[in-house]
Design a protein around this ligand. Sequence first.
Ligand code: GDD
Length: 424
Amino acid sequence: MLKAVILIGGPQKGTRFRPLSLDIPKPLFPVAGLPLIQHHIEACILLKNLGEILLIGFYPSNQIEPFVNEMQRIYNITIKYLQEYTALGTAGGLFHFRDQIRCGNPDAFFVLNGDVCADFQLEYLYEFHNNNPNALVSMMYTEATKQQSLNFGCMVIDKKTNEVAHYVEKPCSYVSAYINCGIYVFSLDIFQTIGEVFSNKQSDLFKPDSSNGNREASHMQLENEILARLSGTGKFFGLHVDTWWSQLKTAGSAIYANRHYLELYKKAANRKFHSHGKGDEVLCTVIPDIYVDSTAIVDPSAVIGPNVSIGPGVVVGAGVRIQESIVLANAVIEDHSLVLHSIIGTQSRIGKWARVEGTPTDPDPNKPFAKMENLPLFNRDGRLNPSITILGCRVSVPSETILLNSIVLPNKELARSIKNEIIL
Ligand code: GDD
């Protein structure tokens, strides 16, 4: 039997995802019509012999439990939310809940970072893990540009054995362009290693020069404290993948992930979810790929796509054009408006003949292996970096206005056109 753990973090993580995370926890933000971590669950249930999925994080349980119940109903598999009492880090939660993970004696367990988006191929990773009998952990890795690699866990791989010879988390200078995808499979013996690190840390706490700061004593980082220690021991292996992989850190990366998940689901006929909209019914002029929730109402004269997801209860008026965008539940886009490279928040309303437009922040197509740049909001001159336009929930945009490269916080009633602004 196998288990899977999804690390979902908690409220103070995902701040770069504001204002979208003000309304909904980032792991539940809909991408291609499904909450972000439902894509992980979809990948897990494809595993043969999967016994249980555990979500570990520090969101209040009332924010996650309804989702967990819904997932259990859809997939008919045990899914539990294990809430950390405070942020315990990427290994602290695994160790804290080790009895829950070991319960039923699984052969191995997967760990997936909740904010990665990918063609997960977990069965392939498990096969790879089993081919190395000494492996305590096997990890997917991919390639980034030299410059971008500094933002990830980097590793040197022995190409003959696939062993991770050296691992550095977010190095200060270039180590390797091979980066950790945040997708792992562990043997149960890993708890011995984590336990040793835990015990060493506990005894360090009593030393006079202990530098733990204000951190919780059980806080442990999988990357710095476990993976780096295992490199070069013959127990840590890397599987190279060159399929699509990305992180979801900023709102801009949601549009990019939306496109790739829509494409992925089109190909994967065995998945439960398809991106056809209302079955085979033609809603309006469609430029694939799109996802339209079955409860959305779209005027037949609208033109939608490519790369558009439309949530439940959305109303799209006559002559509307939407491209490269996510429209969240119960938003209304009135007649003849244009929405391009934007995220429209829940219950927002865009008046007639309005234009809501952002700038895509896709990886540089001219750089091989380039990943999504998670640019900060402001550049060095203190100006807003051009990015997608985001309307928080319940924003109202008047008719005949233009919104360009802007971010509008929830509950705002705009009265004019805006360009490169944040409306607080
Ligand atoms: N349960 C729990 N508790 N989850 C956590 C905690 C915690 O205290 N801290 C972070 N997480 C979750 C986050 O929500 C995220 O899904 C995942 O763990 C990764 O944590 P980050 O701290 O955001 O790390 P990162 O994304 O900058 O880097 C990690 O992922 C990269 C791939 O996306 C590292 O593993 C890198 O090496 C890796 O390249």
